[in-house]
Design a protein. Structure first.
Lengths: 365, 318
């Protein structure tokens, strides 16, 4: 039975549900950490084998990767830079997951947030930064939120399952950005390279020192704290958990399920949109179609690995950010395609998912 | 990126009338999605949702291209693609069947696996040319006005659309194995009680689904575009999953869905080829929006036809 609880991912936050979750007592944190270390080691070994087959030296590849991400101050700051969008996208998945919704659309919500924030940056070039930046931030939230509102509305009426709709809308969102940077927003000076004009300084979020680390890390951590508080300490969090656990019983108890569905998915989308704002304003300084290497999808996996628990999400996001940031080192020093780091990430997730295991089998036999 | 692909087939569509170009283009562009959909019908009938189908197609496209390039024989490429897709799906089987991991998360994990693997394997093959599946013209029949070029001109796989769908239908509804697959999809418990081995049947369904998914991907790299481009599937795997829902888990109805999707792409190609004043990026949205619209209009009343075991997946509890 222990494994059933693992898969259902009930939050064991001192609620009455605790009685149902013996695994909470049985699997102490250290054991969890140990299992993750085993998973990571296995994945590193597997990826090393693939590199060997490709005729590369895995040891030097890993030395580059971890030397860069963990060895120096700049590398460590790069890890945090990557962690910002991953963390926000993971929250974008975790909030709807509380009411039993599967949001696979954080990638598209990130793009739409970035797109709307860029519109403000390119349109209101005369505003002072203390007006423009908050406005862009707001539009980032609105863009991501509106993009999530479409599947949320369709789902709340029972018309269309949100898994498929969020997934397909990702592609539409990327195309909207491509349309803009190839068309109306194209920077005339950048010949064939599709991108918008560089934002005015007032639209660029300041970074700390010589690094690319920006205030987004504060927004992300505040979001984690707020969600942690709301989900565990308020009636809203309790009712969301009730809907996720048993929608029919919640409906009969008078909880407005449709409202929660719309709110949860829209808030999730807004958080992904916030990530999009951070990427265009602080990292890129302009709108590019390649603004995310799949942060939305990485966020989805982070949230699942963390059982949609905001605090565990922080740890998981940090770990996957190390791998993603390490991909840059692989690309630059080893002349491997950036996408190859996806393989290492996937292997890690593969082993973790395999370790977690166990659902219905016990009920069956 | 998709515009790269489309440039390859544009020559074929400009020379004909709009309607004929649309019909022929729908088949050409829909073939890859159809094969993937047929595979996904079998997988979903066995009670699983494979979000890794996108990765399965990508693996097929990549390995098919590499083998076709190395051997110079596109048919060996097809075989390699099918096998690669089948083996790839077995990985998903280990997670969702043996380990009972969450299906959606497992599927996306495998998509990332495919993205990484194909970027490494295909690294040296980007921009290489191959002799892909050749265009076959059925003698006499292809001379029929309008219908001839649409129905009797194409590659091996586009001719196989209807036969493949019928074979999948026959296997699912007229064979003992098909009954077993559908039983497992409705209820693993019932299947177990009936003396079946649900795990083994789900693995088999995944393998067969992977063969078809790999073939679908290979159609992109060996026939449609005849080049290897990283991430060239561009969401077709997800479209295939949507088509299966639209088709209410029925292989023959999946043809309709795939042709609608192919038609949307063909429409967009026709407009581009005729220099219509519309952005290619806005036109690129058509297939995705159309898929959503179709699901919205027809998807709901077919929910009751879903294999019972799928609901746990979509509710996110399995």
């Amino acid at each position: 039975m222990a494994d059933v609880a693992d898969v259902v991912q009930i939050d064991h936050s001192g609620s009455r549900l605790n009685a149902l979750v013996p695994s909470a007592a049985k699997s102490p944190r250290t054991q969890e950490v140990l299992r993750f270390v085993v998973a990571l080691t296995t994945a590193l070994f597997g990826f090393g084998l693939v590199l060997l087959v490709q005729g590369r030296n895995p040891l030097s590849a890993y030395a580059d990767m971890f030397g860069f991400t963990l060895g120096g101050a700049y590398g460590r700051s790069e890890v945090l830079v990557v962690m910002i969008p991953v963390l926000l996208c993971a929250l974008a998945v975790a909030v709807p997951a509380r009411v039993g919704l599967v949001n696979v659309g954080a990638e598209g919500q990130l793009y739409l947030g970035a797109w709307l924030a860029s519109w403000a940056a390119l349109s209101f070039t005369n505003l002072p930064p203390w007006v423009l930046l908050p406005f862009m931030l707001l539009l980032g939230l609105v863009g991501g939120g509106l993009w999530a509102l479409i599947p949320a509305f369709l789902r709340s009426r029972g018309w269309l399952n949100e898994t498929i709709s969020t997934l397909l809308l990702n592609y539409v969102a990327v195309l909207i950005v491509q349309f803009s940077v190839f068309g109306p927003w194209k920077d005339p000076r950048s010949a064939n390279f599709p991108q918008s004009q560089e934002f005015v300084p007032a639209a660029q979020l300041p970074t700390f020192g010589d690094t690319r680390l920006h205030a987004g890390i504060i927004f992300a951590l505040v979001a984690v704290g707020l969600l942690f508080f709301i989900l565990r300490r308020t009636r809203w969090g309790y009712e969301m958990q009730a809907i996720g656990g048993n929608p029919e019983a919640s409906r009969r108890a008078g909880i407005p399920i449709a409202v929660y569905i719309i709110l949860a998915l829209t808030i999730g989308g807004a958080l992904a949109g916030l990530a999009g704002f951070g990427e265009v304003s602080a990292i890129q300084g302009r709108l590019r179609p390649s603004l995310s290497p799949g942060y939305g999808f990485i966020g989805f996996l982070v949230s699942w690995l963390a059982g949609h628990n905001p605090l565990v999400i922080v740890v998981m996001a940090l770990l996957l950010a190390v791998l993603t940031a390490g991909g840059d080192a692989l690309q630059i020093n080893q002349h491997l395609p950036f996408a190859s780091v996806n393989l290492l990430m996937a292997l890690t997730l593969f082993v973790v998912l395999a370790q977690r295991g166990g659902g219905r089998r016990e009920l069956e036999r | 990126m998709s515009s790269v692909l489309f440039a390859q087939v544009q020559r074929a569509v400009t020379s004909t009338s709009l309607l004929q170009g649309l019909a022929a283009g729908a088949i050409r562009s829909g073939t890859s999605v159809l094969f993937a959909s047929l595979g996904e019908v079998i997988v979903e009938r066995a009670g699983m949702v494979n979000l890794g189908l996108e990765g399965c197609m990508l693996t097929g496209a990549c390995f098919g291209f590499v083998v076709a390039f190395r051997t110079g024989n596109p048919f060996l490429g097809l075989i390699a693609a099918a096998l690669a897709g089948g083996l790839f799906n077995l990985l998903l089987g280990y997670l969702v069947v043996t380990r009972r991991a969450n299906q959606l998360a497992s599927g996306l994990t495998l998509l990332f696996l495919a993205l990484g693997l194909t970027s490494l394997v295909g690294w040296d093959y980007v921009g290489k040319k191959i002799d892909g599946l050749s265009l076959i013209r059925v003698p006499v029949l292809s001379e029929i006005p309008f219908l001839g070029p649409v129905l009797f001109e194409g590659d091996v796989m586009s001719f196989a659309i209807l036969p493949s769908a019928l074979v999948v239908w026959w296997v699912l509804y007229r064979t003992r194995w098909g009954l077993a697959v559908r039983t497992v999809g409705e209820s693993r418990v019932a299947a177990y009680a009936a003396g079946l081995n649900p795990d083994r049947i789900q693995y088999q369904a995944l393998f067969v689904g992977g063969l078809l998914g790999g073939l679908g991907g290979a159609h992109l790299s060996l026939a449609y575009a005849q080049v290897w481009v990283p991430e060239m599937t561009a969401g077709r795997g997800f479209i295939a999953v949507a088509i299966v829902i639209f088709a209410s888990w029925h292989p023959v109805r999946a043809i309709v869905g795939a042709l609608l999707f192919g038609g949307a792409i063909a429409f967009q190609l026709q407009l581009q080829a005729r220099n219509a004043p519309a952005s290619p990026f806005l036109l690129d949205m058509l297939p995705y929006l159309l898929t959503l619209l179709v699901l919205l209009l027809w998807g709901r009343r077919r929910q009751y036809q879903a294999p019972e075991g799928l609901w746990e997946v979509f509710r996110g509890t399995s």
